[in-house]
Structures are given as C-alpha cells and as structure tokens.
Design a binder for this molecule. Structure first.
Ligand code: GLP
Length: 251
C-alpha cells in the first residue's frame, strides 16, 4: 500500500514528514527509526527539534539506525554522516547516545563492520519506520543502480554521478570518498514502514520513475513499489511528473 501526500513547499513537506515520525514515537516511544542524511531531511530534523523544545516530543527511549556512512570518514570529519547527524539532530534532542547507530566509517574491516551493523539492526527488532531521500539516479541509502536487491549492509563503490553530486560538499573532488558502507535494499525492504521524502523540480523525474515506472535494479528506489507500507511526502514540484501518471495523491 502506498499513501502519497502532496504539500505546497519544502517547509510544509518537512512539517508533515516530521509529524509522521513524531506520531510513531508518541505511539511507541521505544520504536526504532531508520534515519537518512542529505539535504532533504534537514527540515524534518529542524521540526523534530522544535517539537522537542516545545515539550511535545521526547526521544529518550527511541532508537535510531542510520542508512549509510562514507568509508574513511570519522565522527569528527564535517562531511561524515555521523557528524551530520550529531550537528543537525542528535546534539539537540534528548536521545540516549547509546541508542544512535551509524556505520563506522573508520572500521579496519568493512565486511566485519557490515556484519556487525546487520546484527545491530536485528538486535533492535528491525526498523519500524525508515526515512528515505532519493538520489537523482534513483539510489536509496547508497544503493546505486545495477546492484542486487538481495544485499544487507555492504561496501559500495559510489557511482560517478553520486561522487559528482557530493563534490560540492568537499574542498576538491579528490577528497570525495569513493566508497561507502550502506544498508542494502534487503535491510530497507525489511522496515515495517517506509517514509520517502522528496522536494524540488529536480526530483520530479526520478519520483515518477520510482513509483510509476517498471521495477528494476537500474532504478533502485523502484523496488519500493513492492513494499507493503510506503508513505511518500513531497512538495508540488517534486510530485509534478508523478501526478501526470494517474496515481492517487492526497493532501
Ligand atoms: C546522498 C545520501 C542519500 C540521499 C541522497 C539525496 O547520496 N546517501 O541517502 O537520499 O544523497 O540527497 P538530497 O536529499 O540532498 O537530494
């Protein structure tokens, strides 16, 4: 089943998605949230921080597992996803640091780290709600086009387009990591519910291919059509192409 919410702009999209996350936490404070980085979720984290500051939300018992991390970047590197999560979310709320999980980019043995991370997810009872952004080439987490849908957490070589898209965050392209540790499609599909967030006209094409095109490893996010409980929250610009594809969209 898929529910689609269309909101007029980025801020209202972020508020709606944050409300879906906080509803989960309020109903079951010890739930496990799968979290994501990228620019799209930033507004959601700001909203959740506001709800916490207003006394409307507590994450004291909540557990979080992040999708991915660059290989070679540690928690103090400003472009690491652990750093991103601390600065944009965890440092501002009452989450127990022991309940925040991000793959270890400095691990000496990537295979062992991937196995450990799968075990972490399992020990938390799986992910209750997985937040996802979409890469322009259809990647989710760092699951790039053409890879198997069967994988758990694994080491990936980043595609040229992802490296190029990420270069803006680094001083030079030579500094952009070429590998990452990511939850696999298998981990993502095992989440009980998935919340996809999209914003901006530049995502309109991939949103249509994800949800109204054929399911194919060439468009990793298209596998989400096979999940039983997906919520897509997007702004009008990001949903503009999907709307033409005759899908039912709510407000
Ligand atoms: C990165 C992350 C993805 C994210 C994507 C899109 O590659 N690994 O999880 O969805 O960027 O990011 P943005 O939201 O900035 O478009």
């Amino acid at each position: 089943m898929m529910r689609i919410y269309e909101l007029p702009d980025y801020d209202s999209m972020s508020r709606r998605a944050a409300n879906i996350i906080s509803a989960h936490v309020l109903l079951r404070p010890s739930c496990t949230l799968g979290l994501a980085t990228g620019s799209t979720p930033l507004g959601i984290y700001r909203q959740l921080i506001r709800q916490y500051e207003a006394g409307d939300l507590s994450l004291e018992e909540t557990r979080c597992v992040n999708l991915d991390e660059y290989l070679g970047l540690g928690p103090t590197h400003p472009q690491s996803y652990r750093y991103f999560m601390q600065k944009n979310f965890f440092d501002h709320i009452n989450i127990n640091p022991e309940n925040t999980h991000v793959p270890d980019g400095l691990c000496p043995d990537a295979d062992a780290e991937c196995a450990r991370y799968n075990q972490v997810i399992k020990s938390l009872g799986g992910v209750d709600l997985q937040l996802l952004g979409l890469g322009h080439n259809g990647h989710i987490g760092f699951n790039e086009p053409g890879r198997s849908f069967e994988l758990g957490t694994h080491l990936v070589d980043l595609s040229e387009s992802t490296i190029n898209a990420n270069t803006r965050f680094f001083k030079s392209s030579a500094q952009v990591p070429h590998q990452a540790l990511t939850m696999g499609i298998k981990n993502i599909m095992e989440a009980k519910q998935i919340l996809v967030v999209v914003s901006g006209a530049d995502k309109a094409d991939i949103v249509r291919r994800a949800f109204a095109g054929p399911v194919s490893p060439d468009v990793p996010c298209s596998i989400l059509q096979m999940h039983r409980d997906v919520i897509l929250v997007g702004d009008t610009a990001a949903l503009s192409e999907l709307r033409k594809a005759n899908v039912s969209i709510g407000s």
